[in-house]
Design a protein around this ligand. Structure first.
Ligand code: AP5
Ligand code: MG
Length: 185
């Protein structure tokens, strides 16, 4: 089994690129953000717990997402691997993941902060995500990314698993860059 970490700041294009990646490599797409939004929409206790944190642009507790990922690893059949979109997001989550499986590689889509705001402002009008609506919430997500998630770059670099992709360009251009990196893994 292959375990790919799809890494990048908010709005980098993780969700956008995931579809083509799962198709090409027969992977299961696991987006912790999407799983949490589904819990919120279904009004589950977990969703209720996560809602205010997500809508303020803060992370949910590590244990919540770790439990979701573990359950999906256990229950998903018929794939050659998993594409982890938005997980891990803290060093503690990465350490827990390392205890569960051997990560194949971290594919990191990188864009400058100014482009993050531009892309999320554009998506706010299309998808209506609650955490896209207010500039101060988007800024908190960016700040949270820099403070808590960015240290993972060094974590995966030290493990020899970090593959950075330039996320600036058309969706097709970025996709080709990702494929050429993943074909070598
Ligand atoms: P999550 O859903 O993961 O949000 P995120 O990390 O902020 O990332 P986004 O989904 O906003 O960005 P993306 O990279 O997928 O961009 P997209 O492809 O849509 O997490 C949401 C929240 O859940 C977190 O804030 C946290 O509270 C919680 N959470 C999730 N995981 C967690 C974890 N592990 N631990 C704790 N809490 C967790 O693209 C954005 C826009 O740009 C789209 O409109 C797209 O069409 C456009 N676009 C994409 N690529 C291009 C391109 N090349 N050119 C032009 N436009 C483009
Ligand atoms: Mg996404």
């Amino acid at each position: 089994m292959k375990y790919y970490v799809l890494f990048g700041p908010p709005g980098a294009g993780k969700g956008t690129q995931a579809g083509a990646m799962v198709e090409r490599y027969n992977l299961c797409h696991l987006s912790t953000g999407e799983l949490l939004r589904a819990e919120i929409a279904a009004g589950t206790p977990l969703g209720l717990q996560a809602k205010s944190l997500i809508e303020a642009g803060n992370l949910v507790p590590d244990s919540v997402v770790e439990g979701m990922i573990e359950a999906k690893f256990r229950d998903t059949k018929g794939v050659d691997g998993f594409l982890l979109d938005g997980f891990p997001r803290t060093i503690a989550q990465a350490q827990v993941l390392d205890k569960m499986v051997e990560v194949t590689g971290c594919i990191s889509i990188m864009i400058p902060d100014a482009l993050i705001h531009e892309r999320i402002a554009h998506r706010a009008n299309i998808e209506g995500r609650a955490d896209d609506a207010r500039p101060e919430v988007v800024q908190n997500r960016v700040d949270t990314y820099h403070a808590k998630t960015e240290p993972l770059i060094d974590y995966y670099r030290k493990a020899g698993k970090y593959h950075q992709i330039d996320g600036v360009g058309t969706i097709e251009e970025v996709r080709e860059r990702i494929f050429s990196a993943m074909d070598k893994l």
